[in-house]
Design a protein around this ligand. Structure first.
Ligand SMILES: Nc1ncnc2c1ncn2[C@@H]1O[C@H](COP(=O)(O)OP(=O)(O)OP(=O)(O)O)[C@@H](O)[C@H]1O
Length: 307
């Protein structure tokens, strides 16, 4: 649904995006992560035909972002950092204006606008001038605008950055339900918990280049190694030296806890539990210790700096 090959943007001598390749299938959420100035917004702008690439190509829903810019704009909903809001308008007028721009039938556009304003908690304020809106309110209205024409592709640049926790939750829930409705979404965020909740794929971009890209759990494994499991036992394990099945290594022995790195948990965990029991260690609990995306991200950036 979103495809880019060698996508590059140069501003004078400075290469902001450097040979980016992307392939996001329909219904997937790709989260773009990266330090400030890494090239995320510039990438999104090229994908929405706002900026013309210096080199390379991209297609969105089958349309070329350079040669078919008009079609691209009709199939994407965009939320970028600088949303131009028209201060003298109110929310109704603003969405009506965009409804006309998208060629929506007036009644349909009105119903859809009200539905979106209600969804994002703006219905009560819809007659107020936009100049009186807070940053978060503006952001929610921009998101309503991006969703107005029910586009199959959404490109969202930091959609929850200015929002209070309740509004951010509302927006995340909206993104989740859009994903289940088969929308394809590219999301830039610095909020790693948000990325973890919403991403199917993650691309980490640094200095204009994608340094890592993959399905969320694969990427974590790649960067942090196999998943760890922790056993809580009924007695102290200091000094315990039991034998472990093949493919298991002990990574922590402390108090009542043992932690293991396990190459093939599916097949090895039953043998591991049997061997603990054989050593008279009664297991109170045994569970996976999830890798966090934050640790994976920090590791990816650390490795890239080392290179
Ligand atoms: N119009 C422009 N002219 C010159 N340089 C630009 C322009 N737009 C962006 N840049 C530069 O390109 C680089 C990438 O910027 P971009 O906004 O894409 O980063 P980003 O990853 O979105 O950062 P952030 O996380 O801070 O939003 C930055 O160094 C920025 O200064």
């Amino acid at each position: 649904m979103i495809f880019a090959e060698n996508l590059t943007k140069q501003f004078d001598q400075f290469v902001a995006v450097d040979g980016v390749n992307l392939d996001v299938p329909q219904g997937n959420v790709l989260v773009l992560l990266g330090p400030n100035g890494a090239g995320k917004t510039t990438t999104v702008r090229m994908l929405t035909s706002i900026l013309r690439p210096t080199r390379g190509m991209a297609r969105v829903a089958g349309y070329d972002v350079v040669k078919e810019a008009r079609q691209v704009r009709s199939v994407v909903g965009v939320l970028t950092e600088q949303h131009g809001l028209y201060g003298r308008m109110n929310a109704d007028e603003y969405l009506d204006f965009f409804g006309q721009l998208y060629g929506l039938e007036r009644n349909h556009s009105g119903r859809r606008s009200l539905e979106l304003l209600e969804r994002f908690g703006l219905a009560e304020d819809r007659k107020k001038r936009l100049s009186s809106y807070s940053k978060g309110m503006r952001q929610k209205l921009s998101l309503a605008r991006a969703l107005l024409h029910q586009p199959p592709v959404l490109l969202l640049d930091e959609p929850t950055s200015a929002m209070d926790p309740e509004s951010a939750r509302m927006v995340r829930d909206a993104i989740s339900s859009l994903r289940s409705a088969d929308r394809t979404i590219v999301l830039c965020t610095h909020n790693l918990a948000e990325a973890e909740e919403l991403a199917d794929q993650v691309a980490i971009i640094r200095k204009g280049r994608i340094i890592r890209w993959g399905e969320l759990n694969e990427l974590k494994q790649q960067l942090l190694g196999p998943t760890q499991f922790e056993a809580m036992l009924s007695r102290h394990v200091d000094g315990w030296q039991g034998s472990l099945p093949e493919g298991v290594s002990l990574t922590l022995r402390e108090g009542y806890r043992l932690r293991f790195q396990i190459r093939d948990p599916q097949n090895t965990n039953p043998a591991l539990l049997r061997s603990l029991l054989a050593d008279q260690l009664d297991v109170i609990s045994f569970q996976e210790v999830p890798h966090s995306l934050e640790s994976a991200y920090i590791e990816a950036v650390r490795l890239a700096k080392e290179d």
